[in-house]
Ligand binder design. Structure first.
Ligand code: AN7
Length: 346
């Protein structure tokens, strides 16, 4: 059941809202005991890479696109570090409206680029970073009257709250600590709003501490000022001037959490740990959550026995280059059994 159906009563869905549905949401929440026991916590991973376009963006995109159709939009436009464009392109294709996507040239993971193109979006590579492409997309939306489906579109964050609701329903309440990557700062804001709303509705009894992690080379919320030239291997969060910074700051402050930055090598280390000790392949931006927890543990700042949810925002298959950059090659052998037996030594 897609999120408009599953959570329609809590979303601004009316009789006139088209029932757009790619069966997004209802993603697995997986307990990761091997990694959790190393960290001394009860660790859960929310596998947002299992959404139809392979990232959490689908939760918000479905409502943004449904509302754009309801309002008679002729086309969609977005700027993206990759996943928003993949999601927008998928929903545009599904409902049959044109979609224009602006990408920072050369800085989008291969899988995401392939997605936007194969879904049939008009893909425009801009010589500039994400922050610039977003400015351009906003202007284009004003000029042409296209619906902008970045998280400046309020329906995106409204519907992304569904992630928090699923966590609460699955665990029977909110976790102690919620950790999440922060790029444009929409998702952390949406999760917090979702937790607060379920608490206010009496559907959960507590609120988690919210911790938002940023890559060291793109950490405006940690340094407290925009980052003019963001750079990180986690291209999804290569963002220097987050649109929802104010909401994210409020979420962290109200929940007693914090922002923390993590260097690229630790993000890649965590990607390997998550895969090799959890069986989960997530893209680098997602793995910053585990990298951040590992850093907290090292610093002696991770409370023993906490129930921790990390949002694994995007599928590892989207960025095979990042994974291949840190693992060995397969062992090559000729086609003889002798060579195979040699290769099978422990
Ligand atoms: C895998 O696709 O901004 O803090 O243009 O793709 O809500 O921005 C992606 C962001 C985390 C950060 N993890 O979320 C885009 C884009 C993944 C992402 C984030 C993104 P926000």
């Amino acid at each position: 059941m897609g999120v408009l159906k599953r959570y329609g009563e809590f979303l601004p869905v009316t009789a006139k809202t088209p029932a757009v549905n790619l069966e997004e949401g209802s993603t697995p929440l997986v307990r990761l005991d091997r990694i959790g026991s190393d960290l001394g916590v009860e660790l859960w991973g929310k596998l947002e890479g299992c959404n139809p376009s392979g990232s959490f963006k689908d939760r918000g995109m479905v409502l943004a696109v449904a509302k754009a159709l309801e309002d008679g939009a002729r086309a969609l436009v977005c700027a993206s570090t990759g996943n928003t464009s993949a999601s927008a392109a998928a929903y545009a294709a599904h409902v049959g409206v044109p979609c224009y996507v602006l990408l920072p040239s050369g800085k989008v993971a291969m899988g995401k680029l392939a997605q936007a193109l194969i879904y049939g979006a008009r893909v425009i590579a801009v010589d500039g970073n994400f922050d610039r492409t977003l400015e351009m997309a906003r202007e284009a939306s004003n000029e042409r009257g296209f619906a902008i489906v970045n998280s400046v579109n309020p329906y995106r964050l409204i519907s992304q709250r569904t992630g928090a609701w699923e966590v609460c329903e699955f665990l029977g309440g909110a976790p102690d600590l919620h950790v999440i990557p922060v790029g444009n700062a929409g998702n952390i804001s949406a999760y917090w709003a979702g937790y607060v709303e379920f608490r206010d509705r009496g559907k959960s009894s507590s609120l988690p501490r919210m911790m938002g992690f940023q890559a060291e080379g793109a950490a405006p919320l940690v340094t407290g000022r925009p980052c003019p030239n963001p750079e990180t291997v986690a291209t999804a969060i290569r963002i220097g001037n987050p649109v929802s910074a104010h909401l994210a700051r409020a979420a962290v402050a109200e929940s007693g959490g914090e922002f923390l930055s993590v260097p690229d090598d630790e993000i890649l280390d965590a990607q390997r740990v998550l895969a090799a000790k959890g069986g989960i392949f997530a893209e680098p931006a997602s793995c910053i959550t585990l990298a951040g927890l590992m850093k907290l543990k090292r610093e002696g700042r991770l409370g023993e026995g906490l129930r921790v949810v990390m949002v694994l925002t995007g599928n590892g298959l989207k960025d095979p280059d990042a994974a291949l950059s840190q693992v060995g090659k397969p062992l090559s052998i000729g086609g003889t059994m002798e060579e195979l037996m040699e290769a099978l030594r422990p």
